[in-house]
Design a protein around this ligand. Structure first.
Ligand SMILES: [Zn+2]
Ligand SMILES: [Zn+2]
Length: 343
């Protein structure tokens, strides 16, 4: 079968590999669509970050829609032919955190496409617990967005976003835009997004942002205060991972509000703690998801989340480097979520 394999920085190869077979509790999935995630892009452009050196070459990808073609021993809730999507984590089920049900904090965690072969291939293997059946009302295109939407929904939950809240999102990438959709689905009455790229800001408006604040047009904190009657947002969601975006997110949040860090950082940032003490703001991390994949499918099925405009192109797997990865690096104005058509 064909697969897109990561050999090292700027070295992705479309090549033949043997077809995998599922172990106990696992599914073999024939992939229809695979999404390029910000994490995949980072591994390609500046990696390795998360791929262990001894794992290369490795098939990339953890955002997918497909069909079950074989089930491993002990799998009872899936059958051959089921349309599925899913998330990327592999957890041990045995550590302190798994026993508490917070699988996203598992100390023995693996991740599809980063520590095991991923979905940018005709077939791949996923644990059944990380897969979800897709109802007829959810297309493969939307199914391929379940994973990033689950990341975003978890961040919105970490921010305790409730009906009527005002939310400020920092970042105009796929996770920022998914966080906008998730905040809306959680009942936020106003969602403002801080953007760097005009094209993506316009997309945020189409997806329901009340206001888009551009970084190069003056102080974003002053602008948000104006929009919120001087208060600030109830929750701020940092979806960038640059050294100065946590500070900005904290300052966008009102007294007693919550700032959530979901960005992945390559370099350490700084925080002025005087912006925490007297304002009693809370700063909280957000790591992937626990059961949000299931919830996202329900929200997609009944239309409370409609991410269609996020998909800016769908290209064949064999052209993934040029039309996917390179396009995303070179043109952030027009490219947000690129899907790879596998079969
Ligand atoms: Zn992802
Ligand atoms: Zn564990």
């Amino acid at each position: 079968m064909k697969a897109l394999r990561w050999y090292g920085r700027k070295d992705l190869r479309y090549e033949d590999v043997p077809e995998p077979s599922p172990g106990p509790g696992q599914l073999k999935i024939k992939v229809t669509l695979a999404g390029i995630c910000g994490t995949d892009l980072k591994e390609y452009a500046t990696g390795p970050h998360m791929v262990p050196p001894d794992k290369a070459p490795l098939t990339m990808g953890h955002e997918f829609a497909g069909k079950v073609t074989a089930v491993g021993k002990g799998v009872t809730d899936f059958r051959v032919g089921d349309r599925v999507s899913g998330v990327g984590y592999w957890y041990c089920g045995d550590c302190y955190y798994c026993k508490k049900g917070v699988y996203n904090l598992c100390v023995n965690q693996g991740f599809t496409g980063l520590t095991t072969d991923g979905c940018m291939a005709e077939y791949f293997i996923a644990p059944a617990y990380a897969c979800y059946k897709l109802p007829d009302s959810v297309s493969d295109e939307y199914g391929a967005l379940v994973e990033p939407l689950a990341v975003a929904l978890h961040a919105i939950r970490q921010g305790q976003v409730s009906p009527g809240d005002t939310v400020a999102i920092v970042g105009d990438g796929a996770i920022g835009l998914c966080a906008l959709l998730s905040a809306r689905a959680a009942g936020a009455s106003a969602v403002h997004l801080v953007a760097k790229h005009r094209g993506r800001g316009e997309l945020a408006e189409k997806l329901g942002a009340n206001a888009v604040i551009y970084l190069n047009e003056g102080n974003p904190v002053q602008k948000l205060l104006k929009l919120t009657g001087g208060l600030g947002a109830d929750a701020g969601i940092e979806c960038v991972g640059y050294p100065d975006t946590p500070q900005l997110t904290v300052e966008l949040v009102r007294r007693g509000g919550i700032a959530v860090i979901v960005g992945v950082f390559e370099k350490p940032g700084t925080l002025d703690f005087s912006t925490m003490t007297f304002s009693e703001r809370t700063l909280v991390g957000s790591s992937i998801y626990v059961h949000e994949g299931r919830t996202v499918i329900d929200l997609l099925a009944d239309g409370r989340i409609d991410p269609g405009t996020l998909i800016t192109s769908t290209v064949p797997l064999k052209d993934a480097v040029k039309l996917g990865f390179e396009a995303l690096l070179k043109d952030k104005e027009t490219n947000v979520k690129v899907l790879l058509r596998v079969t």
